[in-house]
Ligand binder design. Structure first.
Ligand SMILES: *[C@@H]1O[C@H](CO)[C@@H](O)[C@H](O)[C@H]1NC(C)=O
Ligand SMILES: *[C@@H]1O[C@H](CO)[C@@H](O)[C@H](O)[C@H]1NC(C)=O
Ligand SMILES: *[C@@H]1O[C@H](CO)[C@@H](O)[C@H](O)[C@H]1NC(C)=O
Ligand SMILES: *[C@@H]1O[C@H](CO)[C@@H](O)[C@H](O)[C@H]1NC(C)=O
Ligand SMILES: *[C@@H]1O[C@H](CO)[C@@H](O)[C@H](O)[C@H]1NC(C)=O
Ligand SMILES: *[C@@H]1O[C@H](CO)[C@@H](O)[C@H](O)[C@H]1NC(C)=O
Ligand SMILES: *[C@@H]1O[C@H](CO)[C@@H](O)[C@H](O)[C@H]1NC(C)=O
Ligand SMILES: *[C@@H]1O[C@H](CO)[C@@H](O)[C@H](O)[C@H]1NC(C)=O
Ligand SMILES: *[C@@H]1O[C@H](CO)[C@@H](O)[C@H](O)[C@H]1NC(C)=O
Ligand SMILES: CC(=O)N[C@H]1CO[C@H](CO)[C@@H](O)[C@@H]1O
Length: 571
């Protein structure tokens, strides 16, 4: 008894005497990472270390970051995509941090295979040097002795887009992050697919195969936050587009307690939204783009458009824009659409424009700066080579207060899609022969006009309401935008007094929500996090996720976001 007590006491003393260990979430100068070791983020979600992707060639190793707490190794970042290091028989590769704050990856034979590019960092004092810290978000950050970030892996992405990461384009340099696919399932070297913003227009996102577009998101219509509720996982994914004087970027976050969620550009050229399913120990694919052939770039040829709202079939429905007919009926009928459509009747300079709502705008537009809607229309109708225009009020300014987005087309209209009316869609105005002053076709007026007119009125009504609400708050928007995103990336509570409350999206009354959720009954609750409780409800025939901040009675404001898949209402 005495003996064991003494032994215990001496262990305690020994433990007390041991010097405090450096936290194992970081690398410091003079303590390189060996091939067999890993660095684990504080929180345990991510690991940094060497891995060999293929069992057949174990001597080929890469430095990477993967999820530490799931049984299937899923690498989200690779340092040396081009040149794997080799694991020798007598020596192994190492990763070290230099006194000049650079990470250096050395081969078994001592050759430097990869290094970061930090310059001008302070030389360390004896007290504190730089550190490379693996954060629990999966970001590997080099910090200077004074704590500033000198380099981060989030700014050098490979195939994965993680919550809190940004994919952006800088206006001045036209440079930015692009996801790069792996070459094969077990080959992290650079594949041919990339995903990122379009440096020519800054307004759209391309999935490319080499330099060839595979899939394109339509030009940004100005929405800032959209969200998507995943019924299977009870996950809410908040997706944001942030535009400021320097850059435009997209980022996303997930609700608290959500499983691991990432976007990944697969080696096969698919952009997927994946979520870890603990019960089956596998990645569930919540979304995939291109979803079907309809989303392939230019699938329906010039002046054709694909109906993405149609039931997904093996061969998607291609249609010609109003006033156009298939270039070759024979090919069109046999499901070959690449030659697209041609005009039924040639246009003349004085011809008017038909409004086509609910569309993804075609590619190859020219952005005309600082135009009102009327000036945009005039810009196009006064120029005989202009065949179409589309207009949006961007909800955040690019620079110096220009909130307008006037797009004009003078060539073929390519890669148009019908996506249905919603946040990401445009009304395209197409120049057509035989329209009267109201933009109606003279012959078949009623058939086309009524739905078009109705949707126009609806859109204008919605835009005006949002516009009126937002108008008064324009001045502080810059500040708000930043704070929304700061809040999002850290998953902090969006509570009272948070500026996010001031970005309102009117539509729904509290009474309707209370009714639809049976007065916020537990039976309708689908989640809870730092942001409040989330309920499922049916509103106007739409399934929505209702987010409630606290239980502040009937005061407070409503917000609603929409994506093409779902709506979310926040109270
Ligand atoms: C690297 O090589 C050493 C020595 O041959 C071996 O012990 C180690 O397991 C190898 N590491 C990996 C990750 O294959
Ligand atoms: C470091 O900078 C050089 C020259 O600017 C560049 O060629 C190289 O690709 C950069 N390396 C990394 C890892 O960014
Ligand atoms: C911190 O150090 C970096 C370089 O190591 C330097 O550029 C920066 O100005 C320093 N910041 C402060 C607040 O001292
Ligand atoms: C890095 O700095 C430490 C402390 O100043 C010093 O002991 C060490 O020799 C330096 N290492 C190199 C490679 O310069
Ligand atoms: C990507 O491009 C290569 C070469 O141009 C081609 O062989 C391959 O089929 C393309 N893949 C896809 C999915 O477009
Ligand atoms: C995931 O499943 C494992 C066992 O299969 C369990 O131990 C763990 O708690 C689960 N994690 C979550 C977040 O449900
Ligand atoms: C979601 O659930 C439905 C029905 O339970 C199922 O058919 C579908 O495959 C699930 N999706 C995912 C991504 O797990
Ligand atoms: C936009 O146009 C208006 C009038 O057309 C002009 O007063 C204003 O200076 C312009 N703004 C910019 C940023 O060009
Ligand atoms: C008309 O449009 C074409 C193509 O966009 C452009 O090159 C030309 O400068 C425009 N003409 C006028 C007068 O604006
Ligand atoms: C379609 C629409 O609402 N356009 C408005 C966009 O904002 C400008 C002012 O910058 C208004 O004049 C437009 O009417």
């Amino acid at each position: 008894m005495d003996q064991s007590a003494a032994a215990f006491a001496s262990i305690v003393v020994l433990l007390l005497l041991l010097p405090p260990c450096a936290p194992d979430d970081r690398l410091v100068p003079g303590k390189p990472l060996s091939a067999a070791a890993t660095i684990i983020s504080d929180g345990g979600v991510f690991a940094l270390g060497f891995f060999s992707p293929s069992n057949s060639t174990p001597e080929k190793m890469y430095l990477g970051i993967w999820y530490n707490d799931i049984p299937r190794r899923t690498v989200v970042w690779v340092a040396d995509q081009e040149t794997p290091v080799t694991n020798g028989t007598s020596s192994a590769p190492t990763l070290s941090l230099t006194n000049s704050s650079n990470l250096v990856l050395s081969d078994a034979d001592g050759h430097v295979r990869w290094t970061t590019n930090v310059t001008g960092a302070d030389s360390p004092t004896a007290a504190a040097g730089p550190a490379a810290v693996l954060l629990n978000t999966g970001n590997l950050v080099i910090r200077s002795p004074n704590g500033t970030t000198l380099w981060q892996s989030f700014e050098h992405p490979t195939d994965s887009f993680l919550p809190g990461m940004k994919i952006r384009i800088t206006y001045r340099t036209r440079a930015g992050e692009r996801l790069v696919s792996w070459k094969g399932p077990d080959d992290p070297s650079r594949g041919s697919f990339t995903y990122g913003g379009d440096p020519d227009t800054f307004l759209q996102v391309f999935l490319l195969n080499g330099t060839r577009p595979v899939n394109r998101n339509g030009p940004w219509t100005g929405y800032m936050v959209s969200s998507q509720y995943q019924a299977n996982t009870s996950d809410i994914i908040y997706f944001a587009i942030v535009n400021n004087d320097e850059e435009i970027y997209m980022t996303f976050s997930v609700s608290d307690g959500s499983p691991h969620t990432r976007y990944v550009l697969t080696y096969a050229g698919k952009y997927q939204l994946q979520s870890w399913d603990n019960s089956s120990s596998a990645w569930a694919v919540l979304g995939e783009w291109p979803t079907w052939d309809c989303n392939l770039y230019g699938y329906c040829g010039p002046y054709g458009y694909c109906d993405d709202t149609a039931a997904k079939e093996a061969v998607p429905t291609c249609k010609c824009l109003a006033g156009f007919e298939p270039a070759s009926t024979e090919e069109w009928n046999s499901g070959r659409f690449s030659r697209g459509c041609r005009r039924k009747e040639a246009v003349q300079c004085g011809d008017r424009f038909l409004a086509v709502p609910g569309m993804k705008s075609p590619d190859k537009f020219v952005l005309v700066a600082n135009r009102t809607f009327d000036a945009c229309a005039a810009e196009c109708s006064s120029n005989c080579s202009c065949v179409a225009y589309a207009y949006a009020n961007l909800s955040s300014s690019r620079a110096k207060g220009d909130m307008t987005r006037c797009l004009v087309w003078s060539g073929e209209l390519i890669d148009t899609e019908k996506v249905g009316e919603g946040l990401g869609s445009d009304t395209i105005y197409v120049r057509l022969a035989g329209l009267d002053a109201g933009g109606r076709t003279k012959s078949n007026a009623v058939k086309i006009v009524l739905p078009v007119l109705a949707s126009c009125i609806l859109i204008i009504l919605c835009i005006s309401i949002v516009w009126l609400k937002i108008k008064g708050k324009k001045r502080n928007r810059e500040k708000y935008r930043k704070q929304i995103l700061d809040g999002m990336s850290t998953s902090e509570e969006i509570g009272e007094g948070n500026p996010v409350h001031d970005l309102e999206f009117p539509f729904v009354r509290f009474e309707d929500i209370a009714l639809a959720t049976h007065d916020f009954s537990e039976a309708y609750k689908i989640g809870q996090g730092g942001f409040g409780k989330v309920y499922k409800a049916m509103l106007g025939g739409q399934e929505v996720a209702v987010k409630r901040h606290g239980t502040c009675g009937r005061k407070g404001r409503l917000r609603i976001w929409q994506t093409h898949q779902s709506w979310i209402v926040a109270y």
